[in-house]
Design a protein around this ligand. Structure first.
Ligand code: NAG
Ligand code: NAG
Length: 286
């Protein structure tokens, strides 16, 4: 699926920009864009020295220019926008080669970070500390087993966070404006997910906790529309899990999908479990 590596895209972009440069038009504009995107201060001067008739693509050996771009060294030595693809406000670092084992330094004002299918192991409090413009972070398919306290707490604009397909046993504190949170396919244990972990997230719409090791359902805010907790180890659900045991008139607003299949709990044991819901949870009834 990911046939095109970021390196190839970057080389293509450089090639295309050189083609424009050699045509002699808008030279200043394109030089400025290149040095901004690729953080390569020498690039303009080297290009201006080039003879327009002997144009060479970035990875062709060229004796007249000893320094060349060398993307095949260690990931942490390279500028983020050389390793990843940066477009205004978005940073795409998917399946980066060489291996990316930590969150790269992000350009100021990054709003969207896609860093799926890398080898990131840990999220530190510094990784996102200054990038308060972030709205979406997708870290699906890494090796994350540790997240430092407060790593996401300054991100007051963050609406979507995916930590799916990692190795988490406990959840970090989550910022209050989150609308979608995905921690499917981790190793979450009950003691790592506090009952009130999501209680204050009053904008939360989608909550995905499927394929973990949970034995209890946390408190689900009323704003939630879709809740997935299938394939865990939940054996008990009470009349207070989704509803209010002391108020038989209560109807829970918003929720339109609950997945509880693949858990040992038998939902038909107590009809009060879903008396306030407008549809039945998906799960075992006998
Ligand atoms: C599932 O939960 C039960 C307690 O309800 C516990 O005894 C059992 O070890 C758990 N199984 C796994 C695989 O964690
Ligand atoms: C129902 O119980 C909750 C606490 O669980 C309480 O805050 C609320 O006031 C009670 N409502 C009624 C109608 O008794």
């Amino acid at each position: 699926m990911m046939g095109t590596r970021p390196g190839t895209i970057i080389r293509t972009l450089i090639f295309a920009s050189w083609a424009i440069l050699t045509s002699g038009t808008e030279q200043h504009l394109h030089s400025a864009e290149l040095s901004y995107h690729f953080q390569e201060p020498d690039l303009d001067t080297r290009m201006e020295k080039r003879d327009t008739d002997t144009f060479l693509p970035a990875d062709t050996p060229d004796d007249s220019s000893p320094e060349k771009i060398q993307p095949e060294s260690d990931a942490s030595d390279l500028p983020t926008c050389l390793l990843c693809v940066c477009l205004t406000g978005s940073v795409y670092c998917e399946e980066v080669d060489p291996d990316m084992t930590s969150v790269p330094a992000l350009p100021k004002e990054t709003a969207y970070l896609y860093a799926r299918y890398n080898k990131i192991k840990k999220i530190t409090a510094k990784d996102f500390g200054e990038i308060v413009t972030l709205k979406r972070i997708d870290l699906t398919g890494n090796l994350i087993s540790e997240i430092e306290d407060g790593a996401f707490m300054k991100l007051t604009l963050l609406e979507e966070l995916s930590l799916a397909e990692n190795r988490l046993v406990k959840l970090p504190m989550l910022p209050s404006n989150l609308m979608s949170f995905n921690a499917n396919h981790n190793r979450l244990k009950t003691k790592g997910v506090k009952a009130n972990a999501f209680k204050k997230l009053t904008n939360l719409r989608n909550l995905y906790l499927a394929h973990n090791e949970l034995e209890a359902v946390p408190i689900i805010p009323e704003s939630v529309r879709m809740f997935h907790i299938q394939n865990n180890n939940i054996s008990v659900v009470t009349a207070d899990t989704f509803c209010k045991s002391n108020n038989t008139y209560y109807i829970r607003p918003n929720i339109n999908e609950i997945r509880m299949d693949g858990n040992p709990v038998i939902l038909a044991k107590d009809p009060n479990i879903f008396i306030c819901l407008q549809m039945l949870p998906v799960g075992r009834y006998q």
